[in-house]
Design a protein around this ligand. Structure first.
Ligand code: HEM
Length: 550
């Protein structure tokens, strides 16, 4: 085609096009539509290719829908179904069985985008080391959730605070509140609370009553913690003249556990938080109001008592210590309330759940129970109840405790460990504000580390120090790094003292009509992993009557 011909063809073409575009018969509209579709597709391709590029750098995980991420799939997975493990009667909760499925499908690092929140689930020791050890400083932040605001007293407690304040309260825990000296100082409280517990079981057992192990041990741990912290048992709380009707700290803590355990939509879609669809914010505000009322009363009482001459130089309980801090260490009322609450919640339930699991495993495995009792008889005898100083001389009993903490970690999933800037994890790039959840339960049950991981076999800890396994990040019942449990030593003392005393003091058997095999080991799906059904047992005293009455 010559240039003149081309010019004419183009003119004709433009004229035809102009007539189309001016034509209202529909062809023009169709062209506009087509242009729109092309524009949209090009835009979508651009966006999608960037998304694919971005996602290629993320750990593997289920498909993400725009805006909702993987929420729809997780919601439609069968939350109620329980999966029985093949090699033991241990049964995982529905939530954790879903996570288990994700781990099987995608491996030890799973990326989940839920609503607008990013999560990474870490399920083996090697990956946990990256988060809790190598890059601990980058991953120790916590997201600012509604729970953190109201139960962390505006992020001033231990578990939800960060930065300078977190460093200060952790130092206080290590050097004063939960130090070895402090634990020694309060040994008499543990012994007195233990005596009450043993006496309660003895009375119930003499009447042939069924014993609810969880309630019993929760009473013991709450008594110890409340006395250490506030010099009062939880049962006193209704009497402090604050207008509470039969409010006990135990019931408050129970309510807290229930609210914390609930999943709510605004966790994943924060911009609908103001709607408070599930009414959770109202619940949390109300709990905060009652806690503040309670704690303020106790703080005032302690302040008055400290001002009086006789106690000014003598700190008796942990609240006294907190109120006596001076200079840079001085804490606000919010921080004091946060520390007290963290210690009661963190200290009571995990210790009680560990004792309940241990006793359930022992009754299910009578041969192991027998060995523990023989060891106690040989080393302590039957004329007196054991002392804490006897515990290091009971290696088989110690192995039972360690095995319980491995197989049934009280806190199976960590709180979120968050990075505030984008960060590299293994070969992946995690966007900022990703919440890393460490799956402590999966780490302790990793079949590449532990033989028969779902079997209760204390023998595996007989000749190996648990600290060796902890250093290798193969079992982490108390977490690791900056966010590791500050109350690990106290927790361990409570579990050991309660369990050893119950096993030395009584023979334990299932309720009438049951055999050991009937005791289920189904886990609850709560933040603290209790048995799904409370352990009910019959006890028979094995020591002289005078031991239970002292
Ligand atoms: C058997 C008993 C206990 C177990 C199994 C246990 C377990 C744990 C675990 C696994 C964590 C780390 C969570 C994470 O990685 O985010 C933790 C943190 C914590 N625990 Fe414990 N704990 C026990 C007893 C206690 C006691 C007795 C106290 C206090 C008196 C306590 C107070 C805390 C606090 C305040 C945190 C948060 C630490 C922080 O974020 O800096 N725990 N606990």
């Amino acid at each position: 085609m010559g240039s003149e011909e081309t010019r004419i063809w183009l003119l004709e073409y433009v004229q035809r096009y102009q007539s189309w575009s001016l034509d209202s018969s529909g062809v023009g509209k169709a062209l506009y539509l087509l242009a729109g579709v092309i524009f949209f597709l090009v835009g979508f391709y651009e966006l999608y290719s960037k998304r694919v590029e971005r996602m290629a750098k993320l750990p593997p995980g289920p498909f993400q829908w725009p805006k909702f991420g993987s929420l729809p799939q997780l919601m439609f997975l069968n939350w109620g179904r329980r999966t029985s493990s093949s090699s033991s009667s241990t049964t995982t909760s529905s939530l954790r069985s879903i996570l288990e499925r994700l781990v099987t499908q995608y491996g030890p690092l799973v990326f989940l985008h839920l609503g607008s929140q990013s999560f990474v689930l870490v399920s083996n020791g090697e990956m946990a080391r990256e988060v809790l050890d190598v890059h601990d400083a980058e991953y120790y932040f916590r997201p600012h959730t509604t729970v953190a605001k109201y139960l962390g007293f505006e992020f001033n407690d231990i578990g939800f605070s960060t930065g300078k304040h977190h460093r200060l309260v952790r130092k206080l825990c290590a050097t004063q509140l939960l130090s070895h000296e402090s634990l020694n100082k309060y040994e008499y409280i543990r012994n007195e609370a233990r005596a009450t517990m043993i006496n309660t079981v003895w009375k119930s057992a003499s009447h042939g009553n069924v014993i609810e192990v969880r309630d019993l041990v929760l009473d013991f741990t709450t008594n110890v913690l409340c006395r250490m912290l506030l010099s009062r048992t939880h049962l006193d709380i209704a009497n402090i003249g604050l207008g509470f009707k039969q409010e006990t700290f135990k019931s408050l803590v129970q309510e807290i556990m229930e609210v914390v355990g609930k999943l709510d939509t605004s966790m994943f879609i924060p911009w609908i938080r103001w709607l408070d669809l599930e009414g959770r914010t109202i619940e949390l505000k109300e709990l905060n109001r009652r806690l503040v009322k309670y704690f303020k009363g106790v703080i005032e009482e302690h302040e008055k008592s400290l001002e009086s001459d006789d106690r000014a130089h003598e700190s008796n309980d942990i609240l006294d210590v907190l109120l006596s801090l001076e200079g840079d260490d001085m804490l606000s009322d919010e921080a004091i309330m946060g520390i007290l609450l963290d210690m009661v919640v963190g200290g009571t339930s995990p210790s009680s759940s560990s004792v309940e699991w241990a006793l359930a495993e022992l009754v299910c495995n009578p041969v192991i129970l027998d060995k523990v009792q023989s060891e106690l008889d040989q080393n302590v005898g039957r004329d007196c109840i054991l002392k804490e100083a006897d515990l290091p001389r009971l290696p088989y009993f110690q192995a039972v405790v360690k095995e319980t903490l491995r197989l049934h970690p009280a806190i199976p999933l960590s709180l979120p460990h968050m990075n505030i800037v984008p960060f590299q994890l293994a070969n992946y790039e995690l966007p900022e504000m990703t919440s890393v959840i460490v799956n402590y339960e999966a780490i302790g049950r990793d079949s590449t580390v532990w033989q028969d991981p779902l079997e209760f076999k204390p023998e595996r800890f007989l000749n190996v120090e648990i600290s060796t396994h902890i250093k290798a990040l193969e079992v982490l019942p108390f977490g690791y790094g900056r966010r590791a449990c500050p109350g690990a030593n106290l927790g361990l003392s409570l579990v050991q003292l309660a369990l050893a005393s119950l096993v030395q003091g009584f023979d334990w058997m299932p309720c009438a009509g049951q055999i050991p095999h009937d005791i289920d080991l189904i886990e609850s799906s709560d933040f603290i992993c209790f048995k799904a059904h409370k352990l009910q047992l019959l006890g028979a005293p094995r020591l002289a009557a005078s031991v239970y009455q002292s």
